[in-house]
Design a binder for this molecule. Structure first.
Ligand code: AVJ
Ligand code: FE
Length: 436
């Protein structure tokens, strides 16, 4: 990283912070103040909490840790510490009202831009290659995705609009591809803004496996529903079966059957479920059950990453399925350009050398794996980002959704959640071992 011109990092940091703030502004001005302070779901914070939390984290890392400044409003730190108060409790806290939250985040940002102007991108691990600026931009974008989930859960008329992805012809390529067995480099030690849980790069031996060319579509998932998949305990793990029975889960979240038709609610609009689109809003248990019904399984996290990064021409690992270039609109559905996944088979320019499509963008993909540290993991810069979540409670999701910004999306990027969660923009693809 140190051989790269520091000015390039300054520009990249400025562009990433600005893109994130534009999105935050959109998500917090497209509804009125009562909608910002309301809790739309016990799973989510009020939007006004996310807004001030974004500013508070930016103040902590860029103004206090990097620039050594005094706290602007030390008394609010505890309100916006995600570990002090569970989401369900946040509406009853004395939160900054919308106008004050906006003013606070704006004040932090103006100071940050001054710091950025004079920042050196060498020295400590926090400042090297502008890491802290990149981390803060990724943090804001992650909360923007969280706020978009809140918008999806919110009842009431449509507040957000975006053009639909380009229609594509029905995908007629092979349904699966073989990923050859052998060693593969997983994770990274060189990507400047990669977060702690993506590090370090390490070798893994992966037996040969087949993986779906595209994410599982609504049409394919409907076949599982119509075949009685939700009524047959053979397809479900014991916990998964208990969970769907207890909560009467019979279809993806936001779906509803209307006579002979399946409808879904999407950002305030009810529409027919589009068969070609990757299935969205399923929990890990549903993804796992579908895969078993299909005679397949979920890919492990290492298999997913090998499918996304392995270059058979060199044996090395790339940053993205299409190579090392940063994601462009021709590669993947990212950045909330659209408010839905693109049809299966979209983005031929983003396919991997082996022909796997839509690994990046569209839907987060559940993997079979628990969220665990890589060998040699070191928490940086704080344990509460990743380390406290390691263990068997969380499953890993990969690849990012249409709601993920490119700054927070890489072939190595790891997301995680509880296996029951489905308000997130989650889908999946399936795999099978070659010898099975
Ligand atoms: C990585 C998406 C699980 O939202 O809980 C935001 C990201 N960490 N603020 C989350 C995060 C701290 C995190 N996930
Ligand atoms: Fe956060």
């Amino acid at each position: 990283a140190s051989d790269v011109d520091p000015e390039a990092f300054r520009e990249r940091a400025l562009a990433s912070l600005t893109t994130a703030r534009d999105r935050t502004t959109l998500l917090t001005t497209c509804v009125d103040d009562p909608d910002l302070t309301a809790q739309h779901s016990p799973l989510m914070s009020p939007l006004v909490w996310d807004l001030a939390h974004i500013g508070n984290q930016e103040e902590l890392w860029l103004l206090r840790a990097v620039a050594g400044q005094e706290a602007i409003r030390p008394e609010i730190d505890t309100l916006y510490d995600a570990f002090e108060h569970p989401r369900a409790e946040r509406p009853s806290l004395p939160l900054l009202p919308p106008a004050e939250a906006r003013a606070y985040a704006g004040q932090v940002r103006r100071r940050v831009l001054d710091v950025l102007e004079g920042a050196s991108f060498r020295g400590t691990r926090l400042t090297e290659a502008g890491f802290a600026f990149g981390m803060v931009a990724q943090h804001e974008q992650q909360h923007d995705e969280t706020m978009l989930i809140t918008h999806q859960l919110r009842r009431g008329p449509q507040a957000l609009t975006a053009p639909d992805p380009e229609p594509v012809a029905l995908f007629t390529g092979p349904s699966e591809v073989l990923v050859p067995g052998g060693p593969f480099t997983m994770g990274t030690s060189t990507e400047p803004w990669a977060l702690d849980n993506e590090r370090p790069a390490h070798r893994r031996e992966i037996p040969p496996f087949f993986i779906d060319t595209t994410p599982v579509t609504n049409g394919a998932y409907l076949a599982f529903i119509e075949d009685g998949g939700y009524d047959d305990p053979r397809w479900w793990t014991a916990e998964g079966w208990a969970h769907i029975r207890r909560h009467s889960i019979t279809a993806p979240l936001f779906w509803r059957r209307d006579g002979g038709q399946w409808l879904r609610r999407r950002f305030g609009v009810t529409e027919a479920v589009p068969p070609q689109e990757p299935v969205l809003h399923v929990c890990w248990y549903e993804a796992d059950a579908y895969a078993r019904w299909a005679g397949r399984r979920l890919p492990t996290e290492a298999e997913w990453e090998k499918a996304a990064r392995y270059d058979p021409a060199t044996g090395g690992s790339m940053r993205y399925p299409w190579g090392d270039a940063d994601p462009g609109p021709e590669h993947a559905n990212l950045g909330q350009r659209h408010l839905r996944p693109a049809p299966a088979g979209s983005y031929p320019a983003g396919e991997s050398p082996l022909g796997v499509r839509q690994l990046i963008g569209d839907v987060w993909e559940w993997t079979a794996s628990d969220f665990l540290p890589y060998p040699g993991f070191r928490a940086f810069p704080y344990k509460e980002y990743s380390e406290v979540f390691f263990g068997s409670d969380h499953k890993v999701l990969r690849g990012g959704s249409f709601a993920v910004d490119p700054v927070a999306c890489r072939g190595t990027f790891r997301n995680w959640d509880y296996p029951i969660r489905r308000q997130i923009f989650s889908g999946f693809r399936t795999a099978r071992s070659q010898d099975a």
